[in-house]
Write a protein that binds this ligand. Structure first.
Ligand code: PFF
Length: 467
């Protein structure tokens, strides 16, 4: 039935299972694998971080990935529609609200993801003449972003950022408008293999630079004492959720485009495994490069700053590129990789928003793409192509990616399992065409995860409140 407004007559479909897997990997593999995971692991126990990371992956990430895939596939809808249908009678507005919450978080993340992709696209071109090489920090903040004083808000546009940003939005709108099979799927089928090759080359090059070994021991030397720190465990759960794009409604949406009789669990495992493998690859590339930089500067890796986030990509990496043989080539490769990784993730959040509007208002993909794209483009330009730019990023990340998704995950479990009592139904559904059967333990695990997340939410809210 039409649980949520008008439904378009026919749901779009992926052309097959591989296309779906590549698209889901495309969503999962993003900036988080490249600039979040390595730095996070290094900070939170080095090699020992693998323990909380794997626990979080196996005990929470994969079970929730099954859940989202199950909800999307069983209830065949965008996040709001599928969440609504997952409730007891299939009509709950509160259930639909959970999906809209996911959409809202996607909207926020989309605004800043686009900005970073635009910066990376600029830096791709800057790599040819290495114009950032002399003074990477000054170049990024003063010449490229033209940041004002911290805390001041200004609506003066920075053309060098504005145009690439609008370019990224234009590309994104075009891909969305082409639809699931011709747009989203094609981007990923071409982009993901390219991205993997790019990072294999980068990792191979970085590994053979002098000092690479020091970087790798900085990353992998275990500090088991870190495991006694609750924050390290929270960081691991946070990283796994963000990395698998969980609690954004993305996996619900992507699963809703699979054919009725599809294997859900097998591909989900492939996605999780592929995503973690890419994180490892990126970690090796990033820390080998950092080891090289430390070697060049005659300092210890531990003394380097800017080993994660925006700093890593736009300040530290340019410094590495400036000093390595063939820097222009590897620089271009790195920023191209960043653009692809970012774009395939961006498209997944935008498709999640667009799909929700299509289901709600009966719009076709083209109309929906233009509405979502134009509104977001304006907001992201105001937020990130002005001299206020960078300051917003941290705030947005803290609230939406840390608090917002934890709340979104708990609400999803509460709606479908606690109020909707769909645990057994979803478990059976997930087991029908599966390579293996999901036991009752899966349902139990999902419930435990919700409790852990509630704990995380409270602890994070307390820290943020203390600001
Ligand atoms: N999973 C992406 C990454 O690790 O970079 C980030 C992300 C993409 C999160 C899409 C959420 C999302 F909906």
């Amino acid at each position: 039935g039409r649980a949520s407004g008008a439904s378009p007559a026919k749901r779009e479909h992926w052309s097959g299972q591989t296309a779906f897997i590549l698209a889901a990997v495309g969503s999962a593999v993003g900036l988080g694998n490249i600039w979040r995971f390595p730095g996070q692991a290094y900070e939170a126990g080095g090699g020992a971080f693998m323990i909380p990371y794997l626990v979080a992956l196996v005990a929470a990430g994969i079970p929730i990935l099954f859940l989202e895939n199950g909800i999307g596939h069983r209830f065949r809808g965008s996040a709001p529609l599928a969440m609504r249908r997952s409730t007891r009678r299939g009509t709950s507005r509160a259930g639909e609200g959970v999906g809209w919450w996911h959409v809202a978080v996607c909207f926020v993340i989309g605004l800043y993801y686009t900005a970073v992709i635009a910066w990376a696209a600029s830096y791709f071109f800057f790599s040819f003449d290495l114009r950032y090489a002399d003074d990477p920090g000054g170049f990024f903040l003063d010449q490229y972003l033209r940041l004002g004083e911290p805390g001041t808000v200004s609506l003066e546009f920075v053309p060098g950022v504005l145009w690439p940003l609008l370019g990224v939005w234009a590309v994104a709108i075009a891909i969305l408008a082409l639809g699931v099979a011709h747009g989203v799927e094609r981007l990923n089928v071409i982009g993901i293999p390219l991205l993997v090759v790019t990072f294999l080359i980068l990792a191979a090059r970085a590994l053979t630079l002098e000092g690479a070994g020091d970087g790798l021991s900085a990353l992998f030397t275990p500090d088991f004492a870190a495991l006694r720190d609750v924050d390290v465990w929270i960081a691991a759960f946070g990283q796994v959720f963000f990395s698998l794009s969980l609690a954004y409604g993305v996996m619900i949406t992507y699963a809703s485009y699979r054919r009725r009789r599809s294997n859900i669990t097998g591909p989900a495992l492939v996605v999780a495994f592929g995503n973690s493998s890419f994180s490892m690859l990126a970690g090796i590339a990033v820390f080998s490069a950092l080891g090289f930089l430390a070697h060049q500067e005659g300092v210890a890796v531990a003394d380097l700053e800017g080993y994660s986030g925006v700093d890593l990509s736009f300040v530290t990496f340019p410094a590495v590129i400036a000093q390595m043989p063939g820097g222009a080539f590897f620089g271009a490769l790195f920023f191209a990789g960043l653009v692809i990784a970012g774009l395939t993730s961006l498209i997944s959040v935008l498709q999640t928003i667009s799909a929700a509007l299509q289901d709600k208002f009966g719009w076709n993909p083209r109309v929906s793409a233009v509405v979502v794209g134009v509104i977001s483009a304006v907001l992201s330009a105001v937020g990130f192509a002005t001299t206020t730019g960078l300051f917003l990023l941290d705030v947005v990340d803290q609230w939406s990616n840390q608090l917002g998704i934890v709340a979104g995950a708990v609400a999803m479990i509460a709606a479908a399992l606690w109020f909707g009592r769909r645990g057994t139904e979803l478990r059976r559904h997930l087991s029908t065409v599966s390579t293996f059967r999901l036991g009752r333990a899966w349902v139990v695990l999902v419930n435990v995860v919700a409790l852990v997340l509630i704990f995380m939410f409270v602890s994070k809210a307390v820290t943020l409140g203390a600001y």
